[in-house]
Ligand binder design. Sequence first.
Ligand code: SAH
Length: 583
Amino acid sequence: MTTTTMATDPKYQTSLLTAQHSQGHIHLILGANPLAASRATQSLASGAKPILISSSSPTSQLHYAIEAHIAAGRLTHLPRPFEDTDLFTLGRPAVDGIVDAVFVTSARDPLAPHVSALCMRHRIPVNVVDSPALCSFSLLSVHVDGPLQIGVTTNGRGCKLASRIRREVAGGLPRGLGDACARLGDARRKVLEEVELDRDGEEEEEGGGGVDDSVEQGAGLNRLVTEADRKTRRIRWLAQVCEYWPLRRLAGVSDQDVEGILRSYESNVRGLSSSSSGDGGSPPGRRMGRVVLAGSGPGHPDLLTRATHKAIMAADLVLADKLVPAGVLDLIPRRTEVRIARKFPGNADQAQDELLETALAGVKEGKTVLRLKQGDPFVYGRGGEEVSFFRAHGVEVTVLPGITSSLSAPLFAGIPATQRDVADQVLICTGTGKKGKPPVPPEFVGSRTVVFLMALHRISGLVRELTTHLEEEGEEKERRKLWPVDTPCAVVERASCPDQRVIRTTLRYVAEAIEQEGSRPPGLLVVGRACEALYTPERGRFWVVEDGFKGLDLDLDLGLGVDGGERSGTTGGGMEKTGVLVA
Ligand code: SAH
């Protein structure tokens, strides 16, 4: 699984969590109790070859699971006392006979301190049950589902608690996620093999990495795909599927879906056109359906309007944009057909065409088609274009507004965009122009709050345009006013979602902050003094990261996270300050 950088509080020391590749390793297990049996089972599951040493239990009295492993020839049993030389002789020839790990399964084993000291001296990983001081590593409470493993540790604060948390985390996951990991992993491998991508180039980042799950989502996920890298489209699409599809939908990914992903963009074939082919004109006697174009708000399902909710319940076919949040998609009745747009930068036109054609086909079949868009449909949602398209085809369209991220994300970050005496205007812009060209940068106005959507993937360029004159602007022209590099700004990502993140900084450091913290799309940039209307920056800090969304549960708290610098990390699921760089 991908490790996300939630709060790393310097108050607590944490461990470096790793996944040991143990194929063929020799694990030495001391003891013959039930724990020894379970260690042997875990060791075998990881592909290692366990050797169990126990002198106390005669073979006839071994734990039944141990007996079964021995009988099946999976486990070597040495019925004798441990000897120091075992550490250096029982291992693989490839590592000069040194064993790969040692598990002491009884804390009362009088040999435990000695074995531990010996292992540590020779850098052999050692674990002694219930004895943190004697361990060089500890085992996690693990949930396993196919190739997916989720491990939890409280770093010595209690294994009962760890296993409770693990159960809770696992219980919240949709069924079938392990199979989905396997399927999508296979698909990724196939695509990579086919297109022979440069493995240490960008595609590792785009595709989510090969073996290392700790690589955060790089800022390049939403980089534009140009004609030149058409070959990489499928891998980009796969990365987008993994990033944006709701987990529930991902868990249900079928062979057919994977097949579709593999086939898509091979030759610019339209993958979604199955139901949209045809010659136009509704079948005789059938009434035309209609289109509802609705906004689904920034993320949290409570931010849907009642009108959009009604439209969701009434639709026969839902055509959702990629960014429509999972919590909203979860509201769609099971019986309703849902399609999610296959949009990614550089492919938006094609995905849009596919969706419109599908919508038209649905309407001709008499269906009520809901075009569900993120935020508000007329704020950078191509909503207007869609209305024109449907009108041109004689289709009736009802447009329902949504809460736009451009105004609600600043709010959820505690930024009053038009604070009196601070800002008297708000400008909503895109950071990416048509065909990927940068749009004209907005001029500096001290009392202006600027919200940039679709901008974070090219943050360095944007900051350069805002703060310096560009060569092509020419010397003689009346010069555009530049934004001072110390202008406060904030990156607000996944606003109103449980993993909302806010990075507060200035134009000087914002690109570096994103580079270091990674990106968590979708996100936007707010620039202007309003960013510091309710927030006082702490001296000597280049940027501050706040992780988590306080939620909209009115019973709990009406604060909505707008209380500036007073937040603490102690309110469950609330805001947490992290990742601070000191000057
Ligand atoms: N119609 C949408 C905007 C579509 S453009 C609206 O009104 O919100 C997509 C951009 O919106 C993203 O690139 C990102 O900049 C922004 N965005 C959408 N949802 C967001 C969210 N929950 N948090 C922060 N930014 C968001």
